[in-house]
Design a protein around this ligand. Sequence first.
Ligand code: SAM
Length: 281
Amino acid sequence: MDIRKKRVNDLWFTEEQTSNMKLSLRLSEVLLNKSSQYQDILLVETQEYGRMLVLDGAIQITERDEFFYSEMMAHVALCSHPSPRRVLIIGGGDGATLREVLRHGSVEMATLVDIDEEVIDASRRFLPTISVALDDPRADVRPMDAMEYIKSCRGEYDVVIVDSTDPVEFAAGLFRAPFYRDVFNALKEDGMIVAQTESPISDTHVVKGAFREMQSVFPIVKICWGVMPTYPSGMWTYTIGSRMHDPAAVRRPAPDGTKYYTEDMHRAAFTIPPFLRDLLK
Ligand code: SAM
């Protein structure tokens, strides 16, 4: 993380997205800058993308572009499952994916398990449009390590959504087969998992690795992709493991009020360009 004050009223945040590429955003204000037990938490007001949450120097969410990501995280799986009633979100402490999940009237309960309660608190305090669903009566918010939580679940969930940080430290296990095996057991017999699996341009090893690890557990595994302006390379992947249903098929209509996801965008997201197909071979 590099916050440099060049002169009065010229404050920038820079993320080193790869060792050879940086993204800088001009700030108007620093709202919160602290360390939790797990990570450094920074909340800033940017001039281009509104308020922005940064964890350990990596951009997590901005007010202006979060819909590209949170709608893909939620609606691809929820619209290809015939009747999603119980949903588990792993990570996602900002609340954006939860807000999208609860747009589905079929969802009776959405459990959100984020290891870091201070991320949840910071989002409640500084990101009201993003965290709005954290206090919904259908939301069950649990601050704990999802690697532990998932071990106690058996055949309970229709959809599990892994909205995690990058695969380092306490999030690394969320991209590996033993965790996917626990998720498989936590799902109902026609359940599915969707995981954010990083950039197919900047993080090829993660995309490839997560796909292979998931394939070792789930009978059906597909990848889809979307735009995400403030994440490295701007192109983002979502990998879906399914016990029964083809996740590329749309079985339910998109909820009202989406800004990126539609049934056509769902189908388009599974159209895989040759470079990505080759990466997964
Ligand atoms: N959309 C974001 C991205 O891809 O950059 C992720 C947003 S969300 C803020 C990520 C959350 O995952 C963080 O709040 C972090 O605390 C949580 N997380 C990481 N590892 C976890 C684990 N093992 N159990 C539960 N939550 C975890």
